[in-house]
Design a protein around this ligand. Sequence first.
Ligand SMILES: Cc1cc2nc3c(=O)[nH]c(=O)nc-3n(C[C@H](O)[C@H](O)[C@H](O)COP(=O)(O)O)c2cc1C
Length: 347
Amino acid sequence: MMSLQGLLGSALPLIQAPMAGAQDHRLAAAVCEAGGLGSIPCAMLTPIALRQELELLRSLTARPFNLNFFSHVQPEPDARRDAAWRETLAPYYRELSEDQANIASGPGRLPFNEEAAALVEAFRPAVVSFHFGLPEPALLERVRRSGTKILSSATTLDEALWLQERGVDAVIAQGLEAGGHRGHFLDHDLSRQLGTFALLPQLVDALSVPVIAAGGISDARGVAAAMALGAAGVQVGSAYLLCHESNISAIHRAALQSPAARHTALTNLFSGRPARGIVNRLMRELGPLSTQAPEFPLATAAIGPLRAAAESQGSGDFSPLWAGQNIANCRPMSAAELTRELARGFA
Ligand SMILES: Cc1cc2nc3c(=O)[nH]c(=O)nc-3n(C[C@H](O)[C@H](O)[C@H](O)COP(=O)(O)O)c2cc1C
């Protein structure tokens, strides 16, 4: 089998995890220049913003990179559920003197679509990775025909086999420790979600495509352990969050460096899908999981004004403070330094 770095085109079999809302081309370029595969998260970018990101990335590095898209099915808004959710949030709006009329309308995060496929065809990234399954076959075929390698996250053996059947070039085994959104797409029962080191060997044994380990890996020891279990490479997210090149808020930065960061949980309150973040006031009081939250990504809008108002007062009570369970090595440093440290795990 071709090595993962051969497949990805990078010097190291190390992917900097795409982290929507937390980073842009600067982190991606720094990791590419250090020998890893830098990623641009596209889920929250308009086509114009994505084109700009791609041009800026290209101005900083000529190395291969990864573009990451969400491939969820966009739900129809449900007026009754939305109204009930706004009612639940009303006391917080009163407390912060915010008006629910300021809740943004619109679809929020968009799944991979025709416009995104056209940008992939124009910029031909070495790799495109998807979260929440895969786009419809015709769109996926356009990505494949552009010569790009295709990856997607699996959180169970069934999902991994489903992805392999549909021709992905490698599967990212996303364990329960991982920060940010869980990529599950076949079964929404969270009790089926596995830790990285339970999931990884099962996938390695069952698949013929390379398996990339993600979740809880933050230093060279973690990399070496994943490789010992048969991973072809690793994808690291949370450890990069405090790098100089990330663009998380000062509130998120402070939370990651506080004792509060030792307690993370899966919450659907901020977007409608379970994602791992540092437990804060909203999660404690309404969740962390709630059956009331509108479907992904529609829950995002109603939290927006609360988040903005609280953040303007220096509070992260209503902010998604995404982080994984292992941030032991998440420290202020350059992305090159962290990449070099992780790379020692491949030796
Ligand atoms: C702040 C943050 C944002 C994330 N956003 C995305 C995303 O946009 N797309 C994606 O595929 N994965 C996303 N993830 C998940 C990562 O791809 C990866 O699975 C995870 O970071 C690995 O676990 P770790 O955080 O313990 O390293 C995100 C993770 C974090 C921490």
